[in-house]
Design a protein around this ligand. Sequence first.
Ligand code: GDP
Ligand code: MG
Length: 439
Amino acid sequence: LSERLNKAIKNISGQGKLTEKNMNDMLKEVRMSLLEADVNYNVVKEFVENVKQKALGQEVLDALNPGQMVVKIVHDELQSLLGESDAKLHFKKHGITNVMMVGLQGTGKTTASAKIARFAKEKLGKRVLLVACDVVRPAAIEQLQTLGKNIDVEVFSLGADVDAITTAKQGLEYAKSRQKDLVIFDTAGRLHIDADLMDELKTMKDIVAPDDILLTVDAMTGQDIVTVAREFNEQLAITGLVVTKMDGDARGGGLLSVRSITDVPVMFVSNGEKVDDLEEFHPDRMADRILGMGDIMTLVEQAQDKIDMDVQKRAVQRMNEGVFTFNDMLDQFKQVKKMGSMQKMMNMIPGLGKLSGKIDDEQVNDGVKKSEAIIQSMTPYEREHPQCLKASRKSRIAKGAGVKVMEVNRLISQVEQMQTLMKMMKSGSMPNMNMLQGM
Ligand code: GDP
Ligand code: MG
């Protein structure tokens, strides 16, 4: 999958400017990538269109690194579609909170019921009751009872001969008599949605009056999930999602589709067969996963390094010519700003890496701002000819930049030092010369 996306990033990187055309290539790859992650076609279409609008708007702002910019927009957009990270169960202030688990067969309802029960008991100190309302598969009751024993949570069941509705009703009564705080109703699923199942769930909803109805969404299911989720949501008004089987290698694109059609938050992530394999939802991680982004970010960084190398090569060329002027200094500042840190910049220059730890980036930034102001007060001629700066020019520049003449002097002497260094490098008397040429 992400191979193609990688290629698109490589193509777009180093082009300096984001054009409609190269962004289209990139977006085509994003579209493919999402489709391969099993995101629904219509969702993909809308998503890509959104990203395109946003990217076009930002073109001028951040044209330095188009590949990274597009990836970031794609990622942010995905993340915002996936939604908030801190959705919580709707606990009642007083009395018993009821939660219904719903979903297709095999999506992980029973497992998640137990996991959430354990979570509520251990982390929230709730008195929990599990109610076994899946009477279709006899093994389901036993499964829940085994899980309940594991986590030391009581399981209510009337056996497979009593229907789900009656079980739910009596489960409620039982919970009241035992002063429980939280009742989780594990329900039956089907392989496909059918009217019988929906009727049963609706009746159960009327009786139980649940505070939450959680739909389990198997990270491994494909595009069908859209129909399923829409149906469950329309019939039952679900309040939260539990994404299951996130420990597998599925990219989980189905969740994106579900999120975009239901607008219901993800409350839990189930990522294993053990009862404690339950996590909070992290939209950023999920976005990475759906895009297959781990490798992509690495590639973006590599592409970024390549751009930096080009700038460096130019700088080396100037060095070889033995020149260094205020314009070169401005270039350096630009580079520092782009990299966000002088330390990083130093690390890239052979021989200076070990000094980088001694640098206070904030101090450097202030210095850079002041130096830029000084250079900006110079005429183009002065910038290229530092040696012409005599007293009257200096005081004019100092006034223009709002600094003392002393500070202008300091900057001049910095440029002079660099010039000396450049000349030394040109003559080959610096040990690092060969390394720099080899770049
Ligand atoms: P239900 O039919 O919806 O109740 O689904 P179950 O809870 O019985 O789960 C179906 C199968 O998926 C069982 O074998 C579970 O052990 C397994 N399962 C459920 N959740 C997860 C999960 O998060 N990760 C993995 N690897 N397996 C899971
Ligand atoms: Mg089950």
